[in-house]
Design a protein around this ligand. Structure first.
Ligand code: UDP
Ligand code: MG
Length: 337
């Protein structure tokens, strides 16, 4: 069934693309039928995050095939998945915003379930992967981070790594007002939701190509999440510092007493080394952690554009319809290298 498309569709789907040429055809083959089947008006916004492969020409070709429901935002460089999603949100006009990955790990057929849940009156529908299809170390590391985030923030997301989510227009208007340089979209949006819920979804193995996240970029992303939504790590260090000062003061007293009553102590040198190195590690980590916060403050105050949109491929009619509220102000930041 084809539904006449209107300037303000019910559903906007935002998909970030970074070097996904190998899998795009398969994505289109499942995504468009899944959305046509919903029987509602929709638009798909692909945001090309500075791909260096053929993704752009494949996206342009797809835009020519389905210009009524397709728009393509082209960045001039690689700014990261979350910036790409934010750029998509700025362009999106729907009442229900869906995000998903381009690699088919999030089955497009689940979009219908998200939309159905949103129509029940929720303004944030998260999703929990029934069985995650990723390499083991990532699954475990991600679970551990999920638990840590659960403890140090007041964001309640069961499965934070999954991008297949739906957001209401009220939530996205607020997200669009934020000027955060380093952020984590599902957590930021959660902050603004009045009535969030979650559903269980399927998860598949990457259809083609490789993960675009290196260990380094994963660590950095997790720091974005932690520093962006919690000050507890800093407070933990203050507490640890106080506890250590107290314990070492006791140790001084004990050693002093020992010196006075038992004489000089010469053994235990290597134990002392071990303890010293351990605490050096703790201190270095503490300084690094502080740096993670300070560096982000620095990026924020420089207030450079968060990303640069080179071109938007869209129909003329789309161009004329007004952008959604609060779309102008914000953009500060730096590209991911
Ligand atoms: N992505 C992006 N910019 C980046 C890295 C990734 O736009 O710098 C996109 C990528 O094309 C995909 C989504 O973000 O659509 C998730 O990436 P990926 O599947 O590689 O991550 P993983 O599933 O391994 O966490
Ligand atoms: Mg993936």
């Amino acid at each position: 069934m084809t539904v006449p498309q209107i300037a303000h569709p019910e559903v906007s789907v935002v998909i970030p693309i970074y070097n996904e040429q190998a899998g795009l055809a398969a994505l289109f083959a499942r995504l468009y039928p899944a959305l046509d089947q919903l029987g509602t008006s929709y638009e798909i916004i692909f945001v090309n995050d500075g791909s260096r492969d053929n993704s752009v020409s494949i996206l342009a070709e797809q835009f020519r095939k389905r210009p009524d429901v397709t728009r393509v935002v082209l960045f001039n460089g690689n700014y990261g998945q979350h910036m790409a999603i934010l750029a998509g949100f700025e362009q999106a006009r729907g009442d229900i915003m869906i995000t998903l990955d381009a690699d088919l790990q999030n089955p497009p057929e689940e979009i219908g379930n998200l939309v159905a849940k949103m129509r029940e009156g929720y303004d944030y529908v998260g999703s929990i992967r029934r069985k995650r299809q990723d390499v083991a170390w990532r699954t475990y590391a991600s679970k551990a981070m999920n638990r840590l985030r659960e403890r140090i923030t007041n964001i309640k997301i069961t499965d934070q790594g999954n991008m297949l989510r739906a957001y209401g227009r009220n939530v996205i208007d607020l997200v669009n007002q934020c000027a955060e340089v380093n952020t984590f979209v599902p957590a930021l949006a959660y902050r603004f939701a009045r009535n969030p819920t979650e559903i269980v979804v399927e998860h598949e193995e990457r259809a083609a190509g490789e993960s675009k996240y290196s260990l380094y970029s994963l660590i950095r992303l997790n720091f974005d999440l932690v520093t962006g939504f919690s000050l507890i790590p800093l407070q933990f260090y203050s507490m640890l510092g106080m506890a250590m000062s107290f314990v070492s003061a006791l140790l001084v007293l004990v050693l002093l007493a020992r010196r006075l009553f038992l004489g000089a102590e010469a053994e235990g040198v290597f134990t002392l080394f071990a303890i010293t190195f351990f605490f050096m590690g703790v201190i270095l980590f503490g300084i690094g952690l502080l740096g993670e916060y300070v560096g982000r403050i620095f990026q924020q105050v420089r207030a450079r554009p968060r990303y640069v949109v080179q071109t938007v491929l869209q129909q003329k009619e789309d161009l004329q319809s007004p952008a959604p509220s609060g779309a102008e102000k914000r953009r500060v930041g730096r590209p991911h290298e």
